[in-house]
Design a protein around this ligand. Sequence first.
Ligand code: NI
Length: 159
Amino acid sequence: MALRNIVKEGDDILLKKCRPVEKFDEKLHGLLDDMGETLYESGGVGLAGPQVGIMRRVCIIDVGDGLIEFINPRIIKAEGKHQVVEGCLSSPGEFGIVERPVKVTAVAFDRDGNEFEVEGEDLFAQAMCHEFDHLDGVLFKSKVIRMLSPDELAHDDEE
Ligand code: NI
């Protein structure tokens, strides 16, 4: 396994749509292993292919309940709406308020090509929306209602 460099906002690669994964092979497994290591090193909750320069529909999420790998994911149901604070490993130190579904149901494939369905609420639902957006070249800042000011960020740290 190896750490991969995280592509930062400003690189056009983050604005491009990814192609589906077609081969569930060792190369994919190596990519997923590297992405997992990179995610844990970064302290984030999710990481998508384009953020490590790979234009395939792959992302990973761990909101504290274990790592889930999503290949070719799609949302089949979204319920509720709320405003939440969001950030991105490609925009370090920046946070804004976005509107996201409260509950999301998605289908995807695992690293061996088995399809699965997963339901998530709150942070997990938000993370799925955020990471799946990356696969379509959409960054959270394009959806942001309002960016948090440095004062608000400092206040958040105290809580
Ligand atoms: Ni992101």
